[in-house]
Ligand binder design. Structure first.
Ligand SMILES: C=C(O[C@@H]1C=C(C(=O)O)C=C[C@H]1O)C(=O)O
Length: 331
């Protein structure tokens, strides 16, 4: 209640969310208070006037949450991965008019995310939204969960009407990264942010390192820039000119790529006739090195150049293998 009243006083929040049942990676850590906490949510709702949201993972969770008047439900990343589980929730939600948000599955699988949204949609849930919380990674990285922004951007491109909420807390895992992730979500036109807060963050029973006090959260939100979705009309003609130039450059980019592929094919014919392998490691290493240098001098982001040439090389090998496996033409 202390946390929620402080959040309310800061004046930025539209919804209060709290985990009542918390799926934890390992047993023995705090797994939520369960049903008694739903009564606290009800009280928080009454006290602040803000709608409240909880995560549900079983039909029983749904029944209880609705019994206590929870306004918004969300399905967690560990549930979204399991179509059986999601279908059970969808069945339990038939005939219920409540907004449901679906977190991305823990693994970077856009189809699985879409599938969960579809199951709910088919069950008649019309107020649907997605929460982007990032994806598990095998190695230690800067962030707790890799954002892989392109996956959420693709979802938005496929379903422009679907609201997407960014969850910087679960991406970051550490409070010092919240700002950059929240700003990126806003720059990508996300429809909202879901950020964890605690009156005494270091004492939080779960995910302490990613919590902010309500005051720090208010200050952070104040510092974020919210951009408008559209260009103003005065910028319209300049926009068209610049976009036309970009169109031309992209076409040239593809023309160059096609020309490169035909040269590669020529080498493939030689390799086929002389029984030389498609992959030439020394040449490829040299390519990566020189292109990295060229890219650097052109101020291009190193990862872009590196990934681009790895991708081109993969296609080059595929193309060469195709050519090399055609029957040899006898002279
Ligand atoms: C084109 C060649 O074959 C492969 C493809 C390369 C490329 O696309 O640049 C480079 C090295 C080889 O692994 C080559 O041998 O030069």
């Amino acid at each position: 209640m202390e946390t929620t009243t402080q959040i309310k006083a800061e004046g930025f929040a539209n919804v209060l969310r709290a985990g009542v049942w918390k799926p934890r990676t390992r047993p023995g850590s705090f797994e939520g208070v369960g049903e008694p906490a739903l009564a606290w949510m009800q009280e928080a709702h009454k006290e602040t006037g803000l709608p409240v949201a909880v995560e549900v993972a079983t039909p029983q969770h749904i029944e209880l949450a609705l019994k206590y008047g929870v306004n918004i439900l969300w399905i967690g990343a560990r549930t979204t991965v399991n179509p059986f589980n999601v279908q059970e929730l969808a069945d339990a939600l038939k005939g219920v008019d409540v907004p449901v948000l679906v977190k991305n599955p823990v693994n970077p699988d856009l189809q699985l995310w879409i599938g969960a949204l579809e199951r709910l949609n088919q069950a008649g849930i019309k107020k649907l939204g997605a929460i982007h919380r990032g994806f598990s990674n095998a190695q230690e990285t800067k962030y707790r969960n890799s954002p892989m922004w392109h996956i959420a951007v693709e979802l938005k491109t496929m379903f422009p009407q679907l609201p997407i909420i960014g969850d910087p807390s679960h991406m970051a895992g550490k409070r010092q990264y919240l700002f950059e992730l929240a700003q990126r979500a806003l720059d990508l036109n996300y429809d909202g942010l879901i950020i964890e807060s605690h009156r005494d963050p270091d004492k939080a029973w779960s995910d302490a390192a990613q919590q902010l006090t309500p005051k720090a959260l208010g200050e952070m939100l104040e510092a974020l820039s919210v951009r408008s979705k559209e260009y103003g009309t005065d910028y319209q003609s300049e926009l068209e000119v610049v976009r036309a130039k970009i169109d031309n450059l992209d076409r040239e980019l593809l023309e160059n790529l096609a020309a490169r592929m035909s040269l590669v094919e020529r080498l493939a014919e030689y390799k086929r006739d002389n029984n030389v392998s498609a992959y030439q490691v020394d040449r490829f290493r040299e390519i990566l090195k020189t292109r990295a240098g060229w890219g650097k001098s052109m101020n291009l982001f190193p990862d872009l150049v590196d990934e681009l040439f790895k991708l081109i090389h993969m296609e080059s090998i595929r193309k060469q293998t195709e050519v090399m496996n055609q029957p040899k033409v006898s002279a």
